[in-house]
Ligand binder design. Structure first.
Ligand code: ZN
Length: 294
């Protein structure tokens, strides 16, 4: 089944929402990066969050990036998404595995990330990209994004992100939701939403029972609010790197460096962090690149 992102608003216009089934997307990330269980959950949550945030971009060229910079053993992670529902990402220490949290017996993403910052960068084709940064609150990503919306964009929000792992370590379900209060939402709407959220079990457990993300929004999270679905889009993990694209990157090297590579008959290799592909540029190619430089 294909992954899907949806967005909409409740009939009373008080709450807007996003939701995603990102199971295949996260499976692909796990495969590409050979992720440990801890990292599958960490990157899975980030990819799911980014897919929903990407729905807010306006034009096809816009790109949104979420960057995690923590002092834990994984510490750094980055995901980037476009308006077409294409997402990609990487973590700094993909194979690192941590023991389960001693108290909750859950996968300890917070410890893997540590303390630090969450940054959101929106490249909207303007001269300078928009950037918002907050301190990590928990390092579990969902709560950090919730805090980001409140602190950086002044939007009261609730974010849920989940990755359900099979006993063998593979991804069984992955998804997420975001609900946001529109300005001047009446108190009774807010308290009903809070009650719904408090009663809602666990997102990926409910997905695993066979509920679609639409049904989860209608029957649980936005129960009683008549959600209207405004847009639906396919989501997927996709890296848009290419031999040609990285060749442009090589032109950022100095002529001296390129001449040296030619003299030593070296092959220059460029590695893509998002999909782990290597691109090799041999002597003939480097000569050509050098000849095209001003
Ligand atoms: Zn790539």
């Amino acid at each position: 089944m294909k992954d899907k992102i949806i967005r909409g608003i409740t009939k009373n216009k008080g709450i807007r929402f996003f939701a995603v089934n990102s199971t295949e997307t996260v499976r692909k990330a796990v495969l590409l990066h050979n992720l440990s269980i801890t990292n599958s959950v960490l990157l899975g949550r980030l990819l799911s969050g980014a897919l929903m945030l990407g729905m807010e971009l306006k034009s096809e060229q816009d790109v949104l990036t979420i960057k995690i910079d923590g002092d834990g053993p994984v510490g750094k992670a980055l995901v980037t998404v476009n308006r077409q529902g294409e997402v990609k990402g990487y973590v700094n220490n993909p194979q690192l595995e941590l023991a389960l949290d001693a108290e909750t017996k859950s996968i300890d993403v917070a410890r893997a990330v540590g303390k630090g910052t969450l940054t959101i960068i929106k490249d909207l084709g303007l001269k300078n990209p928009y950037m918002g940064q907050v301190e990590l609150q928990t390092g579990t990503i969902a709560k950090d994004l919730t805090y980001y919306f409140v602190a950086s964009e002044q939007i009261p929000s609730s974010v849920g992100l989940g990755v359900l792992i099979e006993p063998d370590g593979s991804v069984r379900q992955a998804g997420g939701f975001i609900v946001q209060l529109m300005p001047e939402t009446p108190d009774e709407v807010i308290s009903q939403l809070e009650e719904n959220l408090a009663k809602f079990p666990n997102l990926t457990d409910v997905m695993d029972m066979g509920f679609s993300i639409e049904k989860i929004m209608t029957d649980f999270i936005l129960k009683g609010f008549q959600p209207e679905f405004l847009e639906e889009m396919e989501a997927k993990y996709k890296c848009n790197c290419s031999y040609k694209k990285f060749e442009k990157g090589l032109k950022l090297l100095s002529k001296q460096e390129l001449r040296e590579a030619i003299e030593k008959n070296e092959t220059l290799t460029v590695h893509c962090h998002f999909c782990n592909k290597d691109y090799n540029y041999g002597k003939d190619r480097i000569v050509k690149i050098l000849s095209e430089m001003k």
